[in-house]
Design a protein around this ligand. Structure first.
Ligand code: F6R
Length: 600
């Protein structure tokens, strides 16, 4: 949700900022802008649309060695040029970019800015106007910046330029992600290390409510009460090559294709010298002491959590509740005596999940985050962290992170079982390798799946996905993939549940994708398929080898029954990809979405 970049140094800032924004485009892509500062003052260029549109609007003559930039996912006000960032104060002296949501901006506007005309519909402009007001009343820029921040309720990551102080970028954050980067005679500020890896690999964290004054050779971090803070940089390990699309037409195809190798990598990363899966001792202890695990996640990660529950309960015998993070924080259930919170998040930045983390930490409960991004907010703030090792996921639709989440959850459950002395007849390492091979086989059959996608989704307006037991959870994820990138209305249902209401929607020709991977309920799901076919549905049965029958549309190689979600989702991902492609949708950047949801 919105990406921020800033540069102050000796080189021209424009290209560094634009390149950074291109890398951040996954965070929001409805409008973008940059502001450059030079001896003549500050110039702002903004455009509705993508970074490519901004690039075309930026002229050769625009120059400056200090600048800030922003790519937007609209929260307040429609996506247009006026609402795009950067925003300026009335006189044009203060120019700022903001990621987050200011909940009390209307109140602040009424209380302090009666005489100021606000030209945009954004909460951000109010921040710039407040700073100018306090400066006009006699405060220094730093004092006005700090005072304004103290009035804000909500989340923010901010980078600001002051025309009268061209040697400084003013930076602050609360709840929204923001990092500083260090180079030779320059500094950067950025929402995500990957956007500035082309200029540095040295980054410094900023904590909530801190203020930073950044110049080309100085980085002054101050606490809320004005104390100077020294903080060591860390090295970002992300590989620049992993961030490129290479030979693939879309990131989503690249990321689906990487799933087999990601699972093999996870096996390597989680095994010890004796080839046995292990976890850090503090995590094993936390898992061992818990009487119940609360999995907190959103979207696809929530769907992975539902599979994780099966693993913890069936493999390790630990009861689990899975909660949608945006619900849990404001409607907390009665907790067990010794709860353990497990946060699942690809980005590690999801604000809905983070607000739960903050609350349960305050209550003193143990927390583990399972994320793909080392150094992300959830990774830093949870007591313990485990990584997915999936490499950067750029396409908005999550694919390899989902399969990585399931693979790591199976390993955590397996290690927990061992720790609790549960004996389980499962060679998980071998079985995960079998899954990796099966995924590769499915990816090799992508042309067949493209045809299936044409047959079922080319002209439909809606689709249903059904399954039972774990296949139900895969159905939910399959439906989410289809709707988010192809805009076909799709829902995932428990096979037996359709007839309790939703079957009323089944009409002649409507596609119903049925998952058939679990032997003990295979006949039941086939029964559910008959029910919808009797009402005109067009069934697309996806079966695991050994359970197939004539007429099934896709059969994938047999894997262990507990690990079928890792594999069964892959044909559904591919079907969604081709459905989006054939409908002319932007596969990697679907409308209205952003990769990293950093507002609640
Ligand atoms: C769907 C998708 C989203 C995310 C959700 C949570 O393809 O990617 O549903 O899963 O926004 O994001 P993370 O996992 O980063 O917390």
């Amino acid at each position: 949700m919105c990406g921020i970049v800033g540069y102050i140094g000796e080189n021209e800032a424009k290209d560094i900022l634009l390149k950074g924004l291109e890398k951040l485009e996954y965070r929001g892509y409805d409008s973008a802008g940059i502001a450059l500062s030079n001896e003549k003052g500050i110039t702002v260029v903004k455009e509705k649309g993508r970074i490519a549109d901004l690039r075309s609007a930026v002229t050769e003559s625009l120059q400056g060695t200090t600048g800030i930039g922003h790519t937007r996912w609209a929260t307040h006000g429609v996506p247009n040029k006026v609402n795009a960032h950067p925003h300026q104060s009335a006189s044009g002296r203060f120019t700022l970019v903001h990621n987050g949501v200011i909940e009390n901006y209307h109140l602040l506007q009424q209380a302090f800015l009666d005489n100021v005309s606000i030209i945009s519909d954004t909460d951000t402009e109010v921040i710039a106007q407040l700073i100018e007001k306090f400066v006009l009343e006699g405060m220094t820029t730093e004092a006005a910046f700090s005072h304004t921040l103290s009035l804000l309720k909500g989340s923010y990551a901010i980078a600001m330029l002051d025309e009268n102080d061209p040697d400084t970028i003013f930076v602050a954050k609360n709840k929204s992600p923001l990092l500083l980067g260090i180079g030779d005679k320059f500094h950067v500020v950025v929402s995500d290390t990957m956007a500035m890896r082309h200029v540095t690999d040295q980054f410094v964290e900023i904590y909530d409510k801190e203020i930073v004054l950044l110049s080309k050779d100085r980085m002054e971090i101050k606490s809320i009460d004005g104390m100077q803070i020294e903080r060591e940089p860390f090295t970002a390990t992300i590989d620049i090559n992993d961030m490129e699309k290479g030979i693939y037409p879309h990131y989503m195809m690249k990321e689906m294709d990487e799933q087999a190798s990601v699972i093999r990598k996870i096996i390597r990363m989680y095994e010890n010298d004796q080839g046995k899966f292990t976890l850090p001792s503090a995590i094993r202890k936390a898992l061992n002491e818990a009487d119940r695990i609360y999995i907190i996640a959103a979207g696809t990660s929530y769907h992975a959590g539902l599979i994780g529950k099966q693993y913890f309960e069936k493999i390790a015998g630990i009861p689990v509740e899975v909660h949608i993070s945006s619900e849990f924080g404001y409607n907390m259930p009665l907790l067990s005596e010794k709860p353990l919170f497990l946060f699942i998040s690809q980005s590690g930045e999801t604000a809905d999940s983070r607000q739960v983390l903050v609350k349960v930490k305050d209550l003193g409960y143990p927390t583990i985050s399972l994320t793909n991004v080392a150094g992300s907010t959830l990774a830093r703030e949870a007591e313990h962290t485990l990584l997915l090792h999936a490499g950067p996921e750029i396409a908005v639709a999550s694919t390899k992170a989902y399969t990585a989440q399931i693979a790591v959850l199976s390993i955590i459950a397996f290690v927990s079982a061992d720790e609790r002395g549960q004996s389980i007849d499962l060679n998980i390492k071998n079985e995960l390798s079998v899954c990796a091979n099966a995924i590769q086989t499915i990816m090799d059959a992508k042309e067949d799946i493209e045809q299936i996608s044409r047959d079922f989704f080319e002209s439909t307006r809606s689709a249903f996905f059904i399954g039972r037991n774990m296949d139900y959870y895969i159905s939910m994820e399959g439906a989410l993939k289809l709707k988010e990138i192809s805009y076909i209305q799709a829902e995932g249902f428990a096979g037996g549940e359709l007839k309790h209401g939703t079957i009323a929607l089944i009409e002649e020709g409507i596609p119903v994708v049925a998952l058939n991977t679990q032997k003990e309920i295979s006949l039941n799901i086939r029964g559910n398929v008959k029910e919808v076919v009797a009402r005109g549905a067009n069934p697309c049965i996806v079966s695991m080898e050994g359970l197939e029958e004539a007429g099934d549309r896709f059969v994938f190689p047999r894997v262990h029954s507990l690990l079928t979600p890792l594999v069964a989702i892959v044909p559904l991902q591919l079907m969604s990809y081709y459905a989006a492609l054939h409908r002319g949708c932007d596969v990697d950047k679907p409308r209205n979405l952003a990769k990293s949801v950093t507002v609640e």
